[in-house]
Design a protein around this ligand. Structure first.
Ligand SMILES: *[C@@H]1O[C@H](CO)[C@@H](O)[C@H](O)[C@H]1NC(C)=O
Ligand SMILES: *[C@@H]1O[C@H](CO)[C@@H](O)[C@H](O)[C@H]1NC(C)=O
Ligand SMILES: *[C@@H]1O[C@H](CO)[C@@H](O)[C@H](O)[C@H]1NC(C)=O
Ligand SMILES: *[C@@H]1O[C@H](CO)[C@@H](O)[C@H](O)[C@H]1NC(C)=O
Length: 915
């Protein structure tokens, strides 16, 4: 941090933040659209709700509340609820208790009663006084069914009526009394086929006799035991054995009635909405029996009827948001996921992140600003969802405590962002990422509502299973929204006090833990992949033969190369000696770039041998020098540049940049480095000026110095005039983009600049322009430049290296190279075909070693060794020739760099393929 040229964490963060803000401002409509999505969806919900309300109103207007037969569950007013006879809950005939092996008492009826449908309803009785119990049992049920039509309800109460149907949620109308099924009259004895017609209001059915059987047990423990064994859940594979109820009379005597009642409320649990239990008649049965025991059969306590409280007309309310809520809002909230993911993958795909990194943007500021940006966007999005939803009056948002909603959404969007970060490390193409992300969004919603919700609503599904499913973030979101919907459809909404009931606490814990775990994993993956390894490197098969080392034969070949062509490559050897000397004297820190035996081997794949891309490169480039790297395609130039810019790790050897090791201190190296990549990596919507401002800030230039530097930079690449600087880079021509890339690589006076074919695709004028820029910049910078243009190399470079098959074949300044490898003139002459031989003979006379390299239709090209001829001899010869025959054209040229390149490259390749 002491280095003033190195931007601090906050300076980098600031630079990125400003760039992102500018970028977002350009994309303001995308953002506005994104935030408007919740509004649009809420309005859609509102519209559906209004439509449904209108239809409901129509329905309730149509339903005639005046009619007699009012639906009890409906919304009509019931100012005067009907009187109803109280009933007993009795088991179905085929599941009433019969003699079975698991009962120790043998006094149950025989199984055969099930066939005839005459099984009695069993009630167990116990207590401290057997004779008293017997007496009460005898008093419980009466004789045959009898009603006095003129005093209907009272006389009905003298009979013990029972129903096998479960009760309703209220008592406006007992489901047990309807025209479809018979009502049971429980009597102490039934004569065969005894049924009686029954009319109650407009219900006409029949009453059927069923025997009530009271069985004495010695203790309450025995009663309990039999109830337990008889329970259908305890014996799922046997026929159920149900006992209707049981009494423990305890210490009841002539002065006190004291009883415990066992009754079955299981049906209550099983139905989705709570229903009433039929206990009142059970209480009345025992007190009535007791009174009869005390006062004789003439006295009785009549339980005449039950009557529900009257009710007002209720408005039918179908809260669409709460009904559709979980699915709908899952989609709405998850929609951010593709947005975040594609934006991250875009920066990766377009390699914008790596180019920012190369210009000194550290990982810390990058992740911090990206995270903060997505968090802000998500917060804004979700907040607008809640605000719009509340504004249009959805219960879903209004009823639940806002602080709970805040905490829930806050945790979830953090989880979602870290998940997107994690996913972004898997994808490298925006298209794939988008498709997969949308499948995730819609798939999660659908699975949530068709699978997960069902499971949550199944009481028998284990809690642990639900928790396990909630580990999947999509389902935890779904669960949370589901709970909001549940609470909103009840009256109160969700409050902090009742949070633990709804499983919301667990959800918060799961999501928070996942958030942190995923962040750590993301950090780890980023670390590992930025160090060049595959994130799954520890999964590598340890038994697989490691192919990362060069195979021995290729090493040998390389050595023999050295021995054989050392003579020719003295310049390369000299460079190596220079580097070794620098290293030895410890002066390598003073030089801009020192490569020390840099090697790169690509491991063999699918049976192909390992490829040596760069074989032991030694190079020393001092500040102020422009080093040109020439070489055919595939020679290893790009691998070399990638190693120097940190995209690839060297297999062995290293390089020092300003004394910093690229294997260890790459992040520091970045701060003094500029890169102009082969393909322009620019943000389409940012202007040239904004690009330079961003990269300038990354290089720690501030305030007026920044404005000045940017302006100078723009001027130097002639992007300043005519408002070009303020046009978005997407509208630039190829040449302008190229010039901007060069300006970016040079801003902030980096100590080391790598340019990968900077002038490709430029017209001659722009190219000249660019060259002057580069030439001016090289004064206190070391530049390494790769190019295919010999003209460019000759113009810009102080030294050149020709790179073939992973190694430097020669090194030196352009003149030297031409002298060394050229050494000849090229002589061309065009005559008619018949004089070809004559020309050749004449030339051989002045230069016996002249070599014909080309001839076609009278045009011939010769190479003449320089030491053999004087140029004046050649002129004399041409003059002489002109007197003898017609010479259409002729020419004499020195060798060009191109010739040198061609020669070096082909001889090296021929040599390598021979050895
Ligand atoms: C049991 O009850 C009967 C009838 O009330 C009474 O006569 C008898 O004394 C009681 N027996 C005991 C042991 O309390
Ligand atoms: C029926 O009830 C009415 C009124 O309480 C009573 O006068 C009449 O005697 C009863 N009839 C029978 C058969 O009990
Ligand atoms: C219940 O008690 C009676 C009388 O004390 C006895 O005869 C009978 O065996 C007992 N029944 C059981 C199952 O213990
Ligand atoms: C309780 O009632 C339910 C529902 O009617 C029934 O399925 C179950 O068998 C009953 N349990 C017992 C122990 O009687």
């Amino acid at each position: 941090m002491a280095d003033p040229s190195q931007a601090s964490f906050w300076a980098q963060a600031n630079a990125l933040l400003r760039k992102n803000l500018t970028y977002q401002r350009k994309h303001i409509w995308t953002n506005v659209r994104l935030v408007l999505v919740p509004l649009f969806l809420c309005l859609l919900l509102l519209a559906i709700q209004l439509l449904v309300d209108a239809m409901m109103k129509q329905v309730s207007d149509k339903s005639d509340c005046g009619s007699k037969d009012v639906m009890p569950g409906g919304d009509c007013p019931i100012p005067n609820p009907p009187l109803l006879p109280p009933m007993l809950q009795i088991p179905e005939s085929e599941s009433r208790a019969v003699k079975a092996g698991f009962f120790s008492y043998r006094d149950f009826p025989d199984k055969s009663c099930r066939r005839t449908g005459t099984c009695p309803v069993t009630i167990l009785v116990t207590g401290n006084n057997h004779s008293l119990g017997k007496a009460l049992s005898g008093n419980m049920f009466g004789g045959s069914f009898a009603v006095n039509t003129s005093d209907f309800l009272t006389s009905l109460a003298n009979n013990v009526l029972g129903s096998t149907l479960e009760a309703d949620q209220n008592n406006y109308k007992d489901p047990g009394i309807n025209s479809e099924i018979p009502i049971y009259n429980i009597q102490s004895q039934c004569s065969p086929n005894s049924t009686w017609p029954f009319s109650f209001g407009n219900i006409h059915t029949e009453v059927k006799c069923v025997q009530g059987l009271c069985l004495w047990r010695n203790s309450s423990a025995e009663v309990n035991d039999e109830l337990f064994r008889g329970n259908w859940r305890a014996n799922p594979e046997r026929m159920t054995n149900e006992i209707a109820a049981a009494y423990d009379l305890l210490s009841t005597d002539n002065n006190n009635l004291d009883a415990t009642i066992w009754y079955n409320s299981t049906y209550n649990d099983d139905s989705p909405s709570k229903v009433l239990v039929r206990v009142p008649r059970l209480i009345n049965l025992v007190s009535n029996a007791y009174l009869k025991f005390l006062k004789g059969p003439g006295t009785r306590i009549v339980f005449e009827f039950v009557k529900e409280v009257p009710k007002q007309q209720t408005k039918k309310n179908l809260d669409i948001a709460s009904m559709l809520g979980p699915l709908f809002f899952t989609w709405v909230v998850l929609l951010l996921f593709p947005v975040i993911l594609t934006s991250l993958v875009y920066e990766k795909q377009e390699r914008l992140r790596i180019i920012m990194k190369m210009h000194g943007l550290g990982d810390g500021p990058y992740w911090m600003i990206s995270y903060a940006y997505f968090l802000a966007l998500s917060m804004f999005y979700v907040t607008s969802l809640v605000i719009f939803g509340s504004a249009i009056g959805l219960h879903y948002f209004r009823l639940n405590d806002y602080s709970i909603q805040f905490v829930f959404y806050f945790i979830f969007i953090n989880l979602q962002i870290s998940l997107a970060f994690l996913a972004s490390s898997i994808f490298s193409k925006v298209k794939t990422a988008t498709v997969i992300a949308y499948i995730f969004v819609f798939g999660t919603g659908l699975l949530g509502s068709f699978l997960f919700e069902r499971l949550v609503e199944t009481p028998s599904f284990p809690e642990k299973g639900i928790l396990a499913l909630e580990l999947y973030p999509g389902f935890s979101l779904y669960r949370g929204l589901y709970e909001f919907a549940q609470s909103a459809s009840s009256v109160n909404g969700m409050k902090w006090e009742d949070l633990s009931d709804s499983g919301m606490y667990k959800l918060f814990c799961i999501m928070s833990v996942e958030w942190f775990v995923i962040l750590i994993v993301v950090y780890y993956i980023d670390r590992v992949s930025s160090s060049g390894k595959s994130p799954l490197f520890f999964f590598k098969n340890p038994f697989k033969k490691s192919s990362s080392l060069p195979s021995p034969p290729s090493v040998q070949r390389q050595n023999s190369d050295n021995v054989l062509i050392d003579m020719e490559k003295t310049d390369v050897t000299q460079e190596r000696e220079k580097v070794e000397q620098l290293k030895h004297e410890g002066r390598s820190t003073g030089h801009a770039i020192v490569c020390d035996n840099l090697k790169k081997v690509y491991p063999g794949r699918d049976g192909n041998p390992a490829k040596l891309a760069v074989k032991g490169l030694y190079l020393d480039v001092p500040s102020g020098e422009c080093f040109g790297m020439l070489g055919p395609n595939g020679a290893g130039k790009t691998s070399f540049i990638h190693m120097m810019t940190g995209l690839l790790k060297p297999t062995s050897g290293t390089a020092l940049v300003q004394g910093l090791d690229i294997c260890k201190d790459m992040n520091k190296v970045y701060t003094s480095m500029g890169v102009c990549p082969q393909h322009d990596l620019l943000w389409e919507t940012l202007t040239g000026r904004e690009h330079l401002l961003f990269y300038g800030r990354l290089k720690n230039i501030k305030g007026s110095a920044l404005t000045q530097a940017v302006e100078e930079s723009l001027k130097s690449v002639s992007l300043f005039d005519g408002g070009v600087a303020d046009k978005p880079a997407g509208k630039y021509s190829g040449g302008m983009k190229r010039r901007l890339s060069v300006a970016i690589s040079l801003i902030g006076n980096p100590k080391v600049v790598y340019m990968d074919e900077p002038s490709t695709g430029l017209d001659p004028a722009s190219r000249k322009n660019l060259w002057t820029v580069i030439q001016r910049a090289k004064q206190n910078t070391a530049i390494i430049l790769t190019t295919h243009s010999m003209e460019e190399a000759e113009f810009l470079c102080d030294r050149l290296g020709i790179f073939v098959d992973g190694g430097l074949q020669c090194i030196g300044n352009p003149k030297e190279l031409k002298g060394r490898y050229g050494g000849s003139y090229v002589f061309t002459m065009t005559t008619s075909i018949e004089y070809e031989e004559k020309v050749e003979r004449m030339l051989q006379r002045i230069s016996p070693n002249a070599k014909k390299v080309y001839h076609l239709a009278g045009t011939q090209k010769f190479e003449i060794p320089k030491e053999e001829v004087m140029i004046s001899d050649v002129f004399l010869m041409v003059e002489k020739a002109k007197t003898k025959f017609t010479v259409f054209a002729w020419g004499l040229a020195d060798t060009t760099l191109e010739d040198v390149f061609f020669k070096v490259a082909t001889t090296a390749q021929v040599f390598n393929s021979l050895s």
